[in-house]
Design a protein around this ligand. Structure first.
Ligand SMILES: Cc1cc2nc3c(=O)[nH]c(=O)nc-3n(C[C@H](O)[C@H](O)[C@H](O)COP(=O)(O)OP(=O)(O)OC[C@H]3O[C@@H](n4cnc5c(N)ncnc54)[C@H](O)[C@@H]3O)c2cc1C
Ligand SMILES: Cc1ccn(-c2ncnc3[nH]cnc23)c1
Length: 507
């Protein structure tokens, strides 16, 4: 539930006075709560926090700011679950809209016009709640993120990727329709067929074109169980070639991800603790001669009555892989338990006071042709022996992405997500991690590795133009149509008032 505190100080900035009469609450005391995010690096204090009771509250707020005109300094930041890393859901002196207060929940609809089922969910709904509601109907979304305590609007504003994306594409490739409040305060339904320009702009649009208030999410039959498999490699080429074979095969696993283990301390303990004691197969002690290790993680979905055929398929798929023989680890869990797996890590880390710490994350899309050069330098040198947190490394199929959306990916048929999910709990560790991130980015630029940042963080418009490349004109043109005063999502710092911009009249 969202607890709001009423205005303790009767002095309300005059431009905000008209917003005191909305159905929902406009809080001034809660501003510090909205000046935080998962990154714990930036704290931008808003003037107020809106807990919208309805879409019309969101409309009234944006319309009001839009009508104040270009000389107003007010901006509006939609906040999902606030799990951005560098203040992307924050606003300095503006209004934060707490989308989780919107309500409206999730409703499963069994007959989309194509005969497919979908979930009609609030933009402020957490994916875990979408999943729980859909499972009641034996259904589930097709494409996920590794962690489900994120909102529908937040992940659709980025892309939403995990180990299912090789087959289904990112979450933004698995929505039929969006309801959006644009930067002019208009409510628009958009899809492939209706207001399609906004539909494409908003997906992966970093919140620049409108506030997603509802989404229709494609569903598929949900499996009861998952066979959860992990194997280790000491050879990077075998690791990546096997991953690429698996994401290209007709018959393959249902989830494919990879991890890099740069620091083997405690590996066996962590390794064993991540799988329950019922495992039929346990990795014996193995000697990886101190090399960096690579973990391939796969799953096979199945229903109880399919256990035998699933087992044969898994055996068949595994027989093609060149992992270290003694490192095969398997377990069986419910679909819900698998999908909510990172929440288990969250509970452990919270118990140790290691969750609410700075997170200097760096997420990169690396073209397949350069992944070896990248790995040699980054894992062999820059990050050697460091243990900052999970490092994901897995391939994606460009063909599953829709180039009409605002999402930015490398121009290569197969590209890798490399996610450095660092925590910096101790003083000095944040600076060290940021320095390493800088070194990695400088290495890519110096070596001409045409990487793209995922969950991008830039602070100048020149860098943003570089990020969008030849798609910048389209991006800026769309901004001019749907948010001409650059009111929305200032925390992304693309058209932020502090940045000179040729496309927005606010600066
Ligand atoms: C522990 C953890 C694990 C993660 N794992 C993955 C993963 O596996 N795959 C992946 O793809 N990402 C992952 N992420 C990144 C995550 O997708 C982004 O940080 C996402 O933005 C977080 O969602 P949120 O609801 O917290 O959004 P917020 O951080 O609140 O907002 C993100 C951006 O979207 C805007 N926004 C928020 N809601 C709306 C809306 N309704 N309409 C329009 N704009 C909106 C905000 O203004 C902001 O610019 C992970 C993050 C964390 C912290
Ligand atoms: C902060 C944190 C703790 C665990 N994680 C993760 N672990 C594994 N896969 C992930 N994917 C995204 N976050 C992940 C992230």
């Amino acid at each position: 539930s969202v607890v709001t505190t009423h205005v303790s100080n009767p002095v309300v900035p005059s431009p905000l006075r008209p917003l005191l009469h909305l159905q929902g609450n406009l809080s001034f005391d809660d501003a510090p709560l909205a000046a935080k995010d998962f990154g714990n690096i930036y704290q931008l204090l808003p003037a107020a926090v809106l807990y919208p009771a309805s879409v019309s509250d969101v409309v009234s707020t944006v319309q009001h700011v839009f009508q104040l005109g270009p000389r107003s300094k007010l901006t509006v930041a939609a906040r999902g679950h606030g799990h951005s890393l560098q203040g992307q859901a924050q606003t300095d002196g503006g209004i934060v809209v707490r989308m989780e207060a919107l309500g409206g929940g999730t409703r499963v609809v069994h007959q989309h016009h194509g005969g497919q089922p979908y979930a009609d969910a609030s933009g402020g709904e957490l994916w875990i709640n979408v999943l729980v509601e859909c499972l009641k109907h034996g259904l589930a979304p097709k494409s996920w993120t590794d962690y489900l305590h994120l909102t529908v609007g937040g992940t659709l504003s980025n892309a939403g990727i995990s180990g299912q994306a090789f087959r289904h594409g990112p979450q933004i490739s698995n929505v039929y329709q969006l309801e959006i409040v644009t930067g002019k305060g208009e409510v628009m339904n958009c899809s492939e067929e209706e207001n399609s320009e906004l539909f494409h702009a908003a997906r992966g649009g970093l919140g620049q074109f409108g506030i997603i208030t509802r989404a229709q999410i494609a569903l598929e039959p949900a499996p009861e169980m998952v066979r959860w498999i992990r194997v280790l490699y000491s050879d990077f080429t075998s690791f990546t070639e096997d991953q690429e074979m698996l994401i290209s095969a007709k018959e393959t696993f249902d989830y494919i991800e990879g991890f890099v283990i740069t620091n083997r301390t405690g590996l066996i303990n962590n390794w064993r603790s991540s799988f329950n004691p019922r495992d039929p197969v346990r990795a014996s002690q193995f000697d990886s001669d101190g090399k960096i290790l690579f973990c391939l993680e796969m799953t096979k979905n199945f229903n109880q009555h399919e256990a035998e055929s699933m087992d044969q398929q898994v055996e068949q798929h595994l027989s093609k892989l060149r992992y270290l023989p003694s490192t095969l680890f398997q377990s069986e869990v419910s679909y819900l338990e698998f999908l909510d797996r990172v929440h288990a890590s969250e509970v452990k880390l919270r118990s140790k006071g290691l969750w609410d710490v700075p997170h200097p994350w760096l997420n990169l899309f690396i073209p397949r042709a350069r992944i070896k050069d990248f790995a040699r330098e980054v894992f062999g040198k820059i990050l050697r022996d460091s243990s900052r947190g999970p490092i994901l490394l897995y391939p994606l199929n460009r063909s599953k992405w829709d180039n009409r959306t605002s999402a930015v990916i490398p121009d290569e048929e197969i590209f890798y997500l490399v996610a450095l999910l660092s925590s910096a709990p101790s003083p000095g560790s944040l600076e060290e991690a940021l320095k390493q991130n800088r070194k990695i980015l400088d290495f890519c630029n110096k070596e001409g590795i045409k990487m793209k940042q995922y969950l991008p963080y830039y602070t100048t418009q020149e860098e943003w133009r570089g990020h969008y490349g030849d798609r910048w004109e389209m991006f800026a043109h769309r901004k001019g149509i749907y948010d001409p005063l650059s009111i929305l999502a200032p925390g992304q710092r693309i058209f932020h008032k502090g940045v000179q911009s040729s496309s927005s009249s606010r600066v």
